[in-house]
Design a protein around this ligand. Sequence first.
Ligand code: PGA
Length: 252
Amino acid sequence: MPRTPIIAGNWKMNTDAAAARELVEGLKAAGVSDIGGVEKVLCPPFVYLQLVAESVKGTSIAVGAQNLHWEEKGAFTGEVSATMLKDFATHVIIGHSERRQYFGETDEDVNQKLRAVLDHGLTPIVCVGETGPERNAGKMQDVLRAQIKGALADVTLPDSAVIAYEPVWAIGTGVAATAEDANAAIAFIRSEVAPLQGDATAQAIRILYGGSVTPANIAELAAQPEIDGGLVGGASLVADSFAQMVKAVASS
Ligand code: PGA
């Protein structure tokens, strides 16, 4: 079965309410909802999830959160649970490198978050990726292996699960991995998932590339056999560029 590609927009800590609404309206006006053969996911900040969910109602555009807490409820000031997200989102980004880097998230945290997401029937987008120094030291595969093993410990992934390979050195730098390098890293990730989850699951899950994806490079990236679309930060904040990337992936 061919894997349906995904373009997911990670808005990070950007937009305000008016800009969020305008962005969604721009995407609808650009015809994003009518483009078939590709899943479209918007991941706004928590406070705009409801607004975005209401704006995309009746379209083919899905909504994702950027993070969550693994507990159901309780005294966890400032946190948001899967139960709360479920009302507005179908997807959740987990373990983004900015969470790991700035907020100390560990592979164990990622594992707990993944369990919570799966327990609630949400679709995870689990992020992994090496830093520049790790890559230069020849440790890329070791880092990816450890992140995958840590994230997937005692977890059974559904075929709908998503992993995003996001080399930290490529995020927000304007320097994307080459299509060949990204394809090789993603092939490696799939080969690490196989013994943990079975060959069929490893072949079924979508693995995205993220890190300076733009309308200029997405077609070449998505044309690679292992790359199932993109997790896009900066270029997802402009309606026309998001629409162009969705179109490029749909026809790749
Ligand atoms: P970028 O971010 O597209 O702005 O590089 C990607 C990401 O962090 O998900």
